[in-house]
Design a binder for this molecule. Structure first.
Ligand code: PLP
Length: 384
């Protein structure tokens, strides 16, 4: 076979560990092997399959505005405005993207000069460091124990941005308003950007309030918000996300979008724009249920002596392996092979997270969740 040459940049990037694991689960399922799946990064909702009946064929089959369909941008701007009280200009500050993953990647690419540093607090979402590397930047990870107030110690003359995932995958933690305020002060003081990934912002306990990064920077002087329909609308496979940024930055990011994907899928954007409120009405009660289940499973783990990182939002738990002698990778492999339960090894969320596994409660019914969570606790007890 002829040698395959590739850019050396790719040697510094790994396969996305959570996606590799998901592929493994899909393969097991297709062989008819039953797996209690606590590893998928989404919540399954009961929402009707879309009907495109009556939509104008001459519009939905074709490319559309590369910023995103105007009506969808308008709805997204209103959605954020009503949640944050900060004005959002749908024509200049919003871009619809092929998932928030693309929004984040384009933002890094647009902001970073080679060698620029990006501070990424652990536990981190697996794609941040590799996306930064692909944008020729340098990810600077901070251990999970580091409070927001200490992040200033990681700022150097090369620091360009800080990534904030709020609420956080995998801990379910929401940043307090004072923490966000401190981050914005740090950004102002050192001329940094805050890249706020708010992909799980609907997943909060009833009565809790979500504080968006935009609330502290309504003019978007140093804030880019990336978000998505994947989790909040339960349609991850549609690949529709969006970003909100200062008009000048959005203009630069638009060039990337035009050269990479032209536009987000037109037919799905059209359907979404037309059904924006209806889908949210359908998912919100289901979101409430899944968050309650998350917090019930957290109590179930606590009753078995397993602690999780603090958090009450999303559909994830980041469970400590406590006194188990197994590392997170080996723990997850044994759990899958011996008990048919899939979780994600903590090491994928940063070097400081080796003593954790991520549990997702989004895709299994309650009885199977309880069985899976109990299997986690038992394997910890048996491997002390
Ligand atoms: N951000 C976080 C924190 C995530 O967990 C994910 C997906 O798991 C994404 C972004 C990307 O989601 P999408 O590209 O589907 O919007």
């Amino acid at each position: 076979m002829a040698a395959v040459h590739h850019a050396s940049l790719l040697d510094s990037v790994s396969e996305a560990s959570s996606i590799r694991l998901n592929n493994q689960i899909y393969e097991l399922q297709s062989c008819g092997i039953d797996t209690i799946t606590l590893s998928l990064g989404e919540a399954f909702f009961d929402i009707p399959a879309p009907s495109f009946e009556g939509m104008p064929a001459h519009r939905i089959h074709h490319y559309s505005h590369s910023r995103g369909l105007p009506l969808l941008r308008e709805k997204l701007a209103k959605y954020y405005e009503s949640g944050t009280g900060s004005p959002v200009d749908p024509d200049r500050e919003v871009m619809v993207t092929a998932g928030s993953k693309a929004a984040l990647f384009m933002t890094f690419t647009a902001l970073l000069e080679p060698g620029d540093e990006v501070i990424i607090p652990e536990p981190l979402w697996v794609s941040y460091p590799d996306q930064v590397r692909l944008a020729r930047g340098v990810p600077v990870m901070t251990p999970w124990q580091e409070p927001v107030a200490e992040l200033a110690a990681y700022v150097t003359p090369r620091t360009r941005a800080i990534v904030v995932n709020n609420p956080q995958n995998p801990s379910g933690r929401r940043l307090a308003a004072e923490e966000l305020k401190a981050l914005h002060e740090l950004a102002e003081q050192h001329g940094l950007f805050i890249i706020a990934d708010e992909a799980y912002h609907e997943f909060m306990p009833e009565g809790a309030t979500f504080v968006s990064a935009l609330e502290h920077d309504p003019e978007k002087r140093h804030t880019v918000v990336c978000n998505s329909m994947s989790k909040n609308y339960g349609i991850s496979g549609w690949r529709i996300g969006y970003l909100i940024a200062h008009a000048e930055l959005a203009e630069q990011i638009l060039k990337l979008q035009q050269h990479m994907v032209t536009c987000a899928p037109t037919i799905l954007s059209y359907y979404l724009a037309e059904n924006f409120e209806t889908i949210l009405e359908q998912t919100r009660p289901q979101i409430q249920r899944v968050v309650r289940t998350r917090n019930d499973m957290s109590r179930l783990l606590a009753d078995r002596g397993v602690s999780c990182l603090p958090g009450d939002s999303t559909f994830y738990l980041f469970a400590s392996l406590g006194a188990s002698r197994l590392g997170s990778q080996e723990f997850a492999e044994r759990l899958l092979n011996e008990r048919g339960v899939a979780v994600v090894p903590g090491i994928g969320y940063g070097a400081s997270c080796e003593r954790f596994v991520r549990i997702s409660v989004g895709t299994e019914p309650r009885d199977r969740l309880a069985t899976g969570v109990s299997a986690v606790a038992s394997l910890i007890e048996e491997t002390v």
